[in-house]
Design a protein around this ligand. Structure first.
Ligand code: SUG
Length: 436
């Protein structure tokens, strides 16, 4: 029996990263709407995070950026002519659309898909369901290309099964792994799947539907007694936790979360304990950290990782170190010798300003050694490959992008040129629709 490990697949941040305020309920995105972004810094921050995780001794992968602007969407909405004519017509007739088809939101690969490891599925294969991201238009155009990328990277059907995104739009709104956690004695042991769904709050709509989580669990062939469905608290949703991973994260036997994460805390913990008796719940009380501080600092949108020595480390955004109450909580937690042994702060500020912390930027895939060798090795990083990707970013990315820049049809060529160079760097052949 081969060993198992968790591999994080981060979204390589695309050259059109911008602040458009597109995501209702996402406070950071709303606050920074219209600001000038720095796509070059964003992509380099992402690569520095990937390198840091690799330097901790873990295997690190990535998913490529999607084709943006997404001309296919504009054509589907009746725009026609050459590529540049399409952009110019959209600028004239529907300027609001441009920001949507230019969004680099696929960087947040926690929303790319839900994944079930072969240890937990009926047929012993790894199952993927791309998220339909139906709630927000700029994200609802992601699933087709997500599916292509996942099929490209995890191609071998003897190991990997790809389901289509759920049908039914917002009736089966599915935001992927951002509302899903797996509890297990170790990554190599069978696990319990925790699905967190929402009900609309007083301020904000819920994105993840219970029926969607149930459908994904059904497709993936998860056993009924190995799945738990818990409602996110409306208080957390209305405080800006538009995905549950803003208020909690699970890794192996540890569930690290805010005490106001779930609508009915006692019943939720009882259900989780019944399915996963060895779970260790590490909770921040509202006295230690308010929901506002949790959302503002992204304390829980951290990556909780098992290191090669078996200890667990938390990768946090620098915003968590800058909030004195959050920092005091972390210091107390580490001094308390609980299951989380170390903390590391990383700067992913460009993504954070759109509401995306370290945990949003990665999709976790538990793989056996033989499954890992079946993965397209182009998307598994080495120090040398990160060097090359950093050089590619420096060559092709702007360090200033304002919403008005999206109106310039020449910027489209620049964005496509960067992606074309990426496929050459990786020897991927033609991968994007604009290359055909
Ligand atoms: O869907 N922001 C993303 C952030 C996603 C974070 N992911 C997780 N929590 N797993 C969202 O709200 C903002 C884009 C803009 O407004 O330009 C945005 O889409």
């Amino acid at each position: 029996m081969s060993g198992f490990q968790e591999v994080n697949f981060d979204g390589l941040i695309g050259p059109t990263h911008n602040y458009a305020g597109l995501a209702l309920g996402n406070l950071a995105a709303a606050e920074n709407a219209g600001d000038v972004s720095n796509p070059r810094a964003a992509a380099l921050q992402g690569l520095i995070k990937m390198r840091a995780v690799m330097d901790l001794g873990l295997v690190q992968g990535f998913l490529p950026p999607q084709s943006r602007p997404h001309l296919h969407t504009l054509r589907g909405l009746g725009f026609s002519g050459t590529d540049k004519q399409i952009i110019s017509a959209a600028v004239t007739h529907s300027p609001g659309l441009l920001a949507n088809v230019y969004s680099a939101s696929c960087m947040w690969t926690a929303n790319a898909a839900t994944v079930a490891p072969s240890l937990d599925t009926q047929d012993g294969r790894v199952h993927f369901t791309p998220a339909n991201l139906a709630r927000n238009f700029h994200r609802a155009i992601e699933p087709d290309q997500t599916a292509l990328a996942l099929k490209h990277i995890f191609a071998d059907p003897s190991f990997f099964v790809h389901h289509p995104p759920l049908p039914g739009g917002i009736h089966f709104g599915d935001e992927g792994a951002a509302n899903h956690g797996r509890l297990a004695a170790s990554h190599a042991a069978p696990g319990v799947h925790l699905f967190v769904y929402g009900e609309d709050g007083d301020r904000f709509p819920a994105r993840q539907k219970l029926a969607a989580s149930q459908a994904v669990a059904r497709s993936h062939g998860l056993a009924g007694d190995k799945t738990v469905y818990v409602q996110q608290s409306k208080a957390a949703l209305d405080a800006g936790a538009f995905h549950n991973d803003v208020v909690g994260v699970a890794n192996e036997q540890v569930l690290f979360l805010h005490e106001q994460s779930f609508e009915n805390r006692e019943a939720a913990y009882a259900a989780i304990r019944a399915a996963a008796p060895n779970v260790q719940i590490v909770e921040a009380s509202s006295d230690d950290v308010s929901l506002q501080d949790a959302v503002g600092s992204y304390l829980f949108n951290s990556q909780l990782l098992t290191l090669p020595d078996g200890t667990q480390a938390l990768i946090l955004p620098t915003e968590s170190a800058e909030n004195p109450r959050v920092k005091a909580f972390l210091d107390k937690m580490i001094a308390g010798n609980g299951p989380i042994a170390s903390v590391h702060f990383l700067n992913v500020r460009e993504s954070m300003r759109n509401g995306g912390g370290p945990a949003c930027l990665r999709l976790r895939v538990v793989l056996s050694d033989s499954e890992l060798s079946a993965v397209d090795q182009n998307f598994i990083l080495s120090a040398e490959k990160i060097d090359k990707l950093e050089a590619w970013v420096r060559d092709h990315y702007r360090d200033r992008l304002s919403p008005d820049d999206l109106r310039d049809p020449d910027f489209m060529d620049e964005a496509f040129g960067a992606l074309d160079a990426l496929t050459q760097l990786l020897g991927m052949g033609s991968f994007y629709d604009f290359q055909n």
